[in-house]
Design a protein around this ligand. Sequence first.
Ligand code: AMP
Length: 277
Amino acid sequence: MQIFYTQSSLRNFLNAKHSIGFVPTMGALHEGHLELIKASKKSNKTTVCSIFVNPTQFNNPQDLEKYPRTTEQDIALLESVDCEVLFLPSVEEIYPTPNILTFDFGYQNSVMEGKFRPGHFSGVGVVVSKLFNIVQPHKAYFGQKDFQQCLIIKQLVQELFFPIELIIVDTKREADGLAMSSRNKRLNDEARAIAPKLYQTLQFAILQTAHSDVKEISLKCSQILNAIPLITVEYVEFVDWETGKIVESLQNGRKYGICIAAQVGEVRLIDNIIFVA
Ligand code: AMP
C-alpha cells in the first residue's frame, strides 16, 4: 500500500488514473470500514482510503480529544485487504488557514444529528468536499450506519455537481447485533454488555409497525431503553429514505429508516435499520 501525506503527492500519483474508488474515514478502523474498502475494490482499479480526524465536524471538543487514534493498526488492517492507497493528511494539510466555510443542509440541520450536534454536518460537508476535490474519485463509499450522513452527502453531490457515484454499504454488526463503530472502543464492560439493546429495540420497532402507529412506537422504544440504567435516549425517529423527512405514518411499499441515538454510559451511539413498509 502506498501512503501519501500531502495532497500534491496524492494528486500526482492519482493523475489520470481510471476507476478510483474512495472511502473517507476517521480511522480507528474496524470490519465495518473494511466492508467499504472491499466493496470499492470489487468495482474500481484503485481504492483510496483516507484517515483524517476532522476537527470541524466535532461540536464537542472533548469528543475530538477522546476520539481513538490507532494509525499503526489501521495501516495493518488496510494492508490485510489490499487497499492500494492511504491518504493520511495532517490538520494543516486540509486546513492550511482557519476554516471559514460552512454548509447548511436545511432540513437535515434541524433534525436528529443535525439538531443534537450543531455544526456537525457543516464540518462533514466541508471536509468531504475538500477530499472529493483532492481525490476526484469516480465512486465514493459511505456506510448506512451513518444514515443522515448518507442523506447530506447525497445532497452535497447533487448541489455541487460532483461527478461521483455514491455507494451506500450495509451496516456491519458484531455477533450480538451492536453496530461496529470506532466509538465502541470507549464503552466500558457494563456499557458494552447493554449496547446491543439499541439494535434489539430497532428490530422490536419494525415488528410493531404491523399494528401500532409510528409516534407510539417511537415513544415505546424510548421508554424501553430509558428504563435500562446507563442508557439515555436522544431520539427515535422514522425517516423516509427517499425524502429524508421524519414521518408520522407509513405508506405500504415505501422504504424507511428507523434512526436512534442514545448515550450508553460515557459514549454516544447511533444506529438505524432500514425496512420497507
Ligand atoms: P468514520 O470513520 O466513523 O467516519 O466512518 C467512515 C465510514 O465508515 C462512514 O461512511 C461510515 O458510515 C462507515 N462505517 C462506520 N461504521 C460502519 C459499520 N459498522 N458498517 C458499515 N460502514 C460503517
